[in-house]
Design a protein. Structure first.
Length: 181
């Protein structure tokens, strides 16, 4: 972690093991909040409520024999929050970039999200998640297209249905394993 990022480090002295800040970013309504709420066991919302600025959620997990505290930062995707998002990326150990497989423009914008993030944290492990795979009849982005984008950006690709809880743990556990080495 760079010296200037030390001021953003979050400490939880009563919790053992590493504390990892994971930033979740992408366009509005791609399922970032639903992914985090499903992963952390929080109740899902019936209607869409946009995140305002950032929402922080903490989850303790075990990776192998290591207890890890994840501090998940759910970033607002609306354009009006672009000016404050760089400060939210600081101190991130890893990043989740999300898009909606039913909305191709959300995949097209992933490049901008990656640039915005890595201009602040200068690399680090990341995953690209194609969400809403349960909406098969509405799907407009095929897996091979998304995999090619992820590969070009140096990201590992996963597909999920955050609403149904399908495959939500795999990308996050892979990311944490990469961070821990």
């Amino acid at each position: 972690m760079a010296e200037e990022d030390e001021e953003y480090k979050v400490e939880f002295p009563s919790l053992k093991g590493p504390h990892l800040k994971i930033t979740v970013s992408g366009e509005p309504s791609v399922g970032k909040t639903t992914l985090i709420r499903s992963f952390t066991g929080k109740q899902l919302r019936d209607e869409y409520l946009p995140t305002l600025g950032v929402e922080i959620t903490i989850k303790r997990i075990k990776v192998g024999k290591t207890d890890v505290t994840l501090i998940m930062w759910d970033l607002a995707g609306q354009p009006q929050f672009k000016i404050v998002r760089p400060s939210y990326y600081k101190g991130s150990a890893g990043v989740v970039f999300m898009f909606d497989v039913t909305m191709p423009h959300t995949l097209a914008r992933v490049d901008d999200w990656v640039t915005e993030c890595y201009n602040v944290i200068e690399g680090g492990p990341g995953v690209l998640i194609g969400n809403k795979i349960d909406l098969k009849e509405k799907r407009l982005v095929d897996r091979s297209t998304a995999e090619a984008r992820a590969s070009r950006l140096g990201l590992r690709y996963f597909e999920t249905s955050a609403r149904l809880g399908q495959n939500i743990e795999a990308p996050l556990l892979w990311l944490v394993s990469k961070i821990l080495g």
